[in-house]
Design a protein. Structure first.
Length: 309
């Protein structure tokens, strides 16, 4: 069930990304035609802001992109912090009901009929329901859906603003791909992923490993063929996300842990399923199975000797 939910969420976000990437129509010259809601309400104002900084304050286009990216990130940062907070609360509460979830999962694996499997899954759903938790994680997609059009607008503003293609920043031509910026973007998002795993349970780290690798690879893949002006946006975004994650882990997470611990102390998790003591870890079961086979083979050999005697 969890894998299905994660797949649906991931595929939905990927579809949204594809939709947003096509919402800025371009003509035969490769420039936007000026049509589309995203372009008129988000891309155009950001592009105008970059041009304003360059024309009125004699800024370099690179510094203008960095400034606008940071300002936009600061504006939507409360959404990101709220999302992180909900995720942390969910993680802490999951640890409290984990024994019941493990017992329910054991029942699902041991079910021999469809009815037994459905009953075990219903018990697992009941554990979440009685403890006011969601099997989807309780985080919600709304913060991500709100942020993605803004991120897309920043991307297109860095790509299509007039003058950026002919400008340079720190010796790098912003109109041409730059491997230096590509590497910096990949490292920034790899660092952000690593920081996000600090202090979380080992089991959750295992489920996040694939995402920690895929996310930086996607950024690198998109940046290789993109102008350096666009890659610069990814670099700044990755560094900002790393700093935000570090601050969240250092200041927000300890308070969330203390808050959830106090809540669970006053209102302990409701016991829906009694955790089973006979649920043996997989590795231990394998060892016991091998030992049992060895004992059986020894008994067989001993019986053979006795028969010969």
């Amino acid at each position: 069930m969890r894998k299905l939910n994660k797949w649906l969420l991931g595929s939905g976000l990927f579809t949204l990304a594809l939709f947003l990437s096509g919402c800025v129509k371009t003509g035969s010259d490769g420039q936007p035609t000026g049509e589309g809601i995203i372009y008129n309400f988000l891309v155009k104002p950001m592009s105008s802001a970059i041009t304003y900084l360059v024309d009125n304050f004699d800024w370099n286009y690179g510094w203008a992109i960095i400034f606008i990216t940071i300002i936009v990130r600061l504006i939507i940062m409360p959404l990101g912090l709220n999302q992180s907070k909900k995720s942390m609360i969910q993680t802490e509460k999951m640890q409290a009901i984990k024994p019941q979830i493990d017992a329910a999962q054991a029942k699902v694996k041991e079910a021999t009929t469809r009815e037994e499997q459905m009953q075990a899954q219903a018990e697992m759903q009941q554990v979440y329901k009685e403890n006011n938790m969601s099997m989807m994680g309780g985080i919600g997609c709304l913060p991500l859906l709100i942020q993605m059009p803004i991120f897309s607008a920043l991307f297109f503003a860095a790509r299509y603003t007039k003058g950026i293609s002919d400008a340079s920043f720190l010796g790098v031509n912003l109109g041409q791909p730059s491997m230096i910026f590509v590497v910096l973007a990949g490292v920034a998002y790899l660092l952000q992923g690593y920081l996000s795993t600090i202090g979380i349970p080992e089991e959750q780290k295992k489920t996040m490993k694939s995402m920690l690798i895929v996310s930086p690879l996607m950024i690198v893949f998109m940046s290789i063929s993109s102008p350096a002006g666009v890659t610069l946006y990814w670099v700044v975004g990755g560094i900002f996300s790393s700093i935000q994650t570090l601050i969240t882990n250092q200041f927000l997470k300890p308070r969330i842990k203390a808050q959830v611990a106090e809540e669970l102390k006053q209102n302990p998790p409701k016991q829906v399923i009694t955790p089973r003591k006979d649920v043996t870890p997989t590795k231990e079961k394998a060892v016991q199975k091998v030992a049992s086979q060895n004992n059986t083979s020894k008994k067989g050999r001993n019986a053979g000797k006795q028969n010969r005697n």
